[in-house]
Design a binder for this molecule. Structure first.
Ligand SMILES: *Cc1c(COP(=O)(O)O)cnc(C)c1O
Length: 366
């Protein structure tokens, strides 16, 4: 069986280091925030080329904290993509704001800057692009739109650790970048964790206050905040794994290159385009095919696991029915949702396995 994910293989490589670090954290009894989280923040902001970082409890919390700290709130509209994981738009609701969707570019599957402008209203306050699958959105065009219309921008970088645009790390274009360390992400903790990066240390300080009960002193609370803090053990795990992230990312890029070489000539398999200025980090390797569910089933029969990210675009989710969207509103997202198929992708996947996947796929669809 070729697995879709294989966290066991990764763990086997770093087991001793991880267990030593966890023991160290337990011995220090710094379970919440504290020195490991601070060291994580320092290391992660350096790695992502950002001025400052706030570790937190999840990627979802990172997005809503960033929006709230930027003053986005009740009734404000936040323009985002309908073709993403639910958390992107859910976080907008957590900040009391309203998600407004703009359709994707059918070639990159990221929010289409040309479709953002028609979605802007007098209530628009923020842009929330997603670097889907680790493939950076067009940050030149989006940054220009944000400054032209006076919008703040939060980048959803939850799938895009180490991705760059114009050689600049994602998360540093907008006012803030939100990251997830959900275990299956390119950099994954052993539980939930997240972070916000920003070029503004003031914004990060505000986020740090919000995520720790709005506190300015031990028992003095400036505002009604949250418990969205980072655990010491998660910070310790991330400190170990960060040392390997560039190496793991290079392996993903190499495997993606092989996939492209072996599938690129098949006219029935479409591969999302990466912007010429971007470094994509392939959190997922996604292709678009007709009759996706049958293709997935035939691959499964051949012992190849696949997945779908994501089968239902957000404007058609029951959770967002109150927004009043209907089928047909975002045709590019709807078509993508019917066709996307995620193939196995993780650093420990072998080239041999990629060749097997491609050979089967090329046999199934010609
Ligand atoms: C994983 C993810 C999130 C949410 O992150 P959590 O840490 O699971 O809360 C948000 N947006 C995208 C695009 C994601 O992939």
């Amino acid at each position: 069986m070729i697995q879709f994910h294989d966290l066991e293989k990764q763990y086997a490589h770093i087991k001793k280091e991880i267990l030593d670090k966890i023991e160290e954290v337990i011995a220090s009894r710094v379970f919440i925030q504290g020195k490991y989280a601070a060291l994580f923040e320092e290391t992660f902001s350096r790695m992502q080329g950002a001025a400052a970082c706030a570790g937190c409890s999840s990627g979802t919390a990172a997005i809503s904290l960033a929006l709230e700290a930027l003053g986005v709130g009740d009734g404000d509209e936040v323009i985002t993509t309908p073709f993403t994981f639910i958390a992107t738009a859910e976080a907008v609701r957590h900040a009391q704001a309203i998600p407004v969707f703009a359709d994707i570019d059918p070639e990159t599957l990221n929010i289409d800057p040309a479709r953002v402008e028609p979605s802007i209203s007098t209530s628009s306050r923020a842009l929330l692009p997603v670097h889907l699958y680790g493939n950076p959105a067009d940050m030149d065009a989006l940054s220009a739109l944000a400054s032209r219309f006076g919008l703040v921008m939060v980048e959803d970088c939850c799938q895009a650790h180490l991705a760059t645009f114009n050689s600049r790390p994602v998360g540093t274009f907008g006012n803030a970048g939100a990251f997830s360390f959900y275990p299956g992400k390119n950099l994954g903790a052993f539980g939930d964790a997240g972070a916000v990066v920003s070029e503004s240390p003031e914004l990060i300080n505000k986020i740090k206050m919000l995520l720790d009960h709005g506190r300015t002193e031990k028992y003095l609370h400036e505002t009604v905040g949250y418990n969205h803090r980072m655990d010491g053990i998660q910070a310790g795990v991330l400190l170990v794994k960060m040392k390997y992230l560039e190496e793991w990312t290079k392996k993903r890029e190499k495997l993606a290159g092989l996939y492209k070489e072996l599938l690129g000539k098949n006219p029935a398999v479409r591969i999302p385009r990466v912007h010429e200025k971007a470094r994509a980090v392939y959190h997922l390797f996604v292709v678009l095919v007709e009759n996706r569910d049958q293709v997935a089933e035939r691959l499964r029969e051949k012992g190849i696991a696949t997945s779908v990210h994501y089968p239902v675009p957000l404007h058609l989710q029951p959770a967002f029915s109150f927004l009043g969207y209907k089928k047909g509103d975002f045709p590019c997202s709807e078509q993508a949702a019917e066709r996307v198929l995620s193939l196995p992708m993780y650093p420990e996947l072998t080239e041999e396995e990629v060749r097997t996947v491609c050979a089967e796929l090329n046999r199934i669809i010609k």
